[in-house]
Design a protein around this ligand. Structure first.
Ligand code: SF4
Length: 391
């Protein structure tokens, strides 16, 4: 495995105390501490006798001198000394072997409308069996799921029960979900578990979709595209400065990741959370839309969603609906054919409209789908193709 470029900034955060979130299954009552795992898995085993197997060796890493390792899952390419963890807090070096600490331990599971991901051109009106673990490979100051994403595995309380990929697939099928969605936190950090759940789900007749920040390395991404139906990528902004200052992340590798997905056999939708004064200027929206059009084409659905104050960013008020409307108008004007607004029920830009005859082919309100007029991938009114995953 070769890693050409390493994206590093900041220390791995220390484990801050965390609190319960209503919509999460699991509470997070913070255990503070350093970065070295003191044996959380052993504790989990003690809590559930016989239930916890040996922890899972990570994939896509290389061994270095002095029992250090270099992780190749995401472009951060953490070099991790023996006994330490990577930036995401869920991968640990034990004696020169790298491990995933979250394989088999979903910290949150819900059945959501697929529109909540949001994926608007994938099985409209279906259910998504949605799951997450602890950890993330960036830190957005406005993260809506920070209790999960910025936690270490041992911060999740009570400790999640061990759940095999086959058990996840069976539970998803029983729930009536059309897909398993890896979401809430960044699924790249639980790559091994996600990939195995996607394989098990496919065998059980349940496909998978990924809700991601797109900060993933080429090799794991290539493998993943063969295992899942769709990806929704959050494009946080179109300036390196926003990624650096607001997300502790990097724009360039996300754009590279999006380009790799073009024509990669997986359905792609993009979400941009518009935050007043930080990434919502008409010029930035125009540059971003232009890039999407040129690099990815006019048929990648683009969602502009409304920000609400959260986590470390509570001083900026929610996005005015007029900003969503303005961004949508710019993207449509640039030539992107399916542009939506989100987190703003009743606002214009919720429906899917046939680009040929302008008939409404999917009518939505919030996360509800009221009507679908797509027949075998074509507009029910004029027969023009509507791109997506419909069958
Ligand atoms: S997945 Fe985690 S450990 Fe691996 S490079 Fe990314 S942040 Fe570092």
């Amino acid at each position: 495995m070769s890693v050409r470029k390493q994206y590093i900034r900041g220390d791995a955060p220390s484990g801050a105390a965390v609190s319960r979130r209503d919509f999460l299954c699991m509470a997070a009552a913070g255990a503070a501490g350093g970065l070295v795992c003191g044996g959380w898995r052993a504790c989990a085993a003690a809590d559930a006798p016989g239930a916890a197997p040996a922890i899972r060796e990570a994939r896509f890493y290389e061994k270095l001198a002095n029992r250090a390792v270099r992780c190749g899952i995401c472009p951060r390419a953490c070099v991790v000394p023996d006994g330490k963890r990577g930036y995401c807090k869920v991968r640990e070096n034990r004696g020169g072997t790298y491990y995933s600490l979250v394989y088999g331990y979903p910290a949150s599971v819900h059945v959501d409308p697929i529109e909540k991901k949001p994926l608007f051109h994938v099985y409209p009106g279906s259910k998504a069996y949605s799951m997450a673990t602890a950890g993330c490979n960036i830190e957005c100051k406005f993260c809506q799921n920070w209790e999960l994403s910025q936690s270490r595995p041992e911060d999740i309380s009570p400790a999640p029960a061990y759940t095999t990929p086959d058990a996840v697939a069976a539970a998803a099928a029983r729930s009536g979900a059309r897909v398993i969605a890896y979401t809430y936190n960044e699924p790249t950090v639980f790559y091994e578990y996600m990939a195995d759940c996607a394989r098990a789900g496919r065998a059980a007749g349940v496909e998978s979709v990924v809700v991601t920040n797109g900060f993933i390395s080429a090799a794991p991404q290539k493998e993943l595209t063969g295992l899942v139906k769709a990806m929704k990528v959050d494009l946080k902004a179109f300036t390196p400065g926003f990624y650096r200052d607001v997300c502790d992340g990097f724009l360039e590798p996300v754009l590279e990741s999006l380009k790799r997905l073009r024509g990669g056999g997986v359905w792609l939708e993009i979400v941009v959370l518009l935050i007043p004064t930080l990434n919502d200027s008409p010029g930035e929206v125009r540059r971003m839309s232009d890039w999407i059009l040129k690099e990815l084409g006019p048929d990648v659905p683009l969602h502009f969603t409304r920000y609400h104050p959260q986590y470390k960013m509570r001083n900026i008020p929610p996005t005015p609906p007029a900003t969503l409307r303005r961004a949508r108008a710019i993207a449509l004007e640039q030539g992107i054919r399916f542009v939506y607004t989100g987190n703003a029920p009743g606002e214009e830009g919720q429906d899917t409209v046939c680009p040929a005859c302008r008939a409404t082919v999917i009518r939505r309100y919030g996360f509800s789908v009221d009507e679908v007029r797509i027949v075998k991938g074509k507009c029910g009114a004029c027969g023009a193709p509507i791109p997506g995953v419909w069958g």
